[in-house]
Design a protein around this ligand. Sequence first.
Ligand code: UN1
Length: 496
Amino acid sequence: MTRAAETKRLLETLGCVVDGGDLAVHSPIDGSRIGAVATATMDEIDDVLAQSRAAFLSWRNVPAPRRGELVRLFGNALRAQKNELARLVTLDCGKPLSEGLGEVQEMIDICDFAVGLSRQLHGLTIASERPGHRMMEQWHPLGPVLVISAFNFPVAVWAWNAALALVCGNSVIWKPSEKTPLTAAGVQAIFEKAVANFGNAPAHLSQVVQGGPDIGAALVADPRVALISATGSTEMGRKVGQVAAARFAKTILELGGNNAAIISDKADLGLALRGVLFSAFGTSGQRCTSLRRLFVHDAIYDSFVGALKSASGSMAVGDPLDSNNLAGPLIDEHAFAGMQAALDEARALGGYISGGERIAMQGVYVRPALVEMMAHDGPALRETFAPILYIFRYHDLAHAIALQNSVGAGLSSSLFSTDMRECEQFLSAEGSDCGIANVNIGTSGAEIGGAFGGEKETGGGRESGSDAWKAYMRRTTNTINYSDNLPLAQGVTFDI
Ligand code: UN1
């Protein structure tokens, strides 16, 4: 069966008919055309926004635990079609099937989390300074939530947002990456099944709008969108953030990463090696949490970097549907050009490169690249979405932490050490400045229970677990007077 025929069959199994359109979709696995979708027109966008607003006005009055029931049904529908959706993810974005399955599992996990949350959207009761008064906080639904997602996690990141947004009483509009529109169409079909089982959800509760950056820009600018949750480059986030700020819209920005790991001379080196390889080269280095900079202690530098070179040199790269391969292709030729430009720049700075060559097969397959750098400089200071790991020697942990923190992005970080003092220093206020700081695991592969996001140019947003739900709601502070007096706060008098 051709990839196009398999894609069509998978979409049909999910209940989705893709009629074709102007946006052609190619599988990164071999570059072949696997389908096409229609880019939304400006008129259609206007309809989507009006429908989303109408859906919100109705959905906000549905009790939250009942809203959780819809998300429970959606999670069950995902469980029932996990294999089909995972395969579609792999065809659409080229990640290994095991990671495609993991991504759908992440969707299921966040649905479970959101169902529990649907009974826990509670505020505080606060002691009032005035007699006969009570203060409390309530959390109310916000409005239509726009989710802009990237190609590298074409379904899970939307689910982090959508599952929470829905239990919080919002409607959802999804603008997926134009590189992976088919998985979004597939997920929408699964969601519609859950809606049908639920019975009386408002129409258009969650909608997909296909298209490129201009479509995203039109949605971001529209005052009917209450919250924009955008995942992608810092450059994209800067534009979104400015437009949103001009109209005081809320945002959750999950932008670039330039993540580092520090390998102490007191690390469990076998464990560190595996952690580094998965984080740096899993998903072909195309996660926002991918490991890009490695600080290795001088005392173990030669042995550790030697082991890293031999392990990465023999790492199986190829067809992501073949379970022997640990990494699949890059998303497209543009990604390859970016990788080569970064490697050329590193070479010009005296960097010593092992790997990084293109593999002669259909699709954009590359060997992972290790780059031993003379100085913490050049391409190592920015994000290149490719399997490149820049390596530096260090002597002093505080200095390594300072270098780690010296870049624009602040998403994820890790320290490999068995020394308790080093670990606590890394996690302390003078340690890592990232939203995610790990010990003895790599920088990528977070689970949904924790809040996910980063500082500085990563945008500051938090998604997924912990109390990230609060960003999808508006807080009201209520003061209730149950006395027959009207005392004023701060002892102010106003006697008429
Ligand atoms: C992303 O690359 O945008 O922590 C998200 C991880 C995944 C999510 C990555 N759970 O690597």
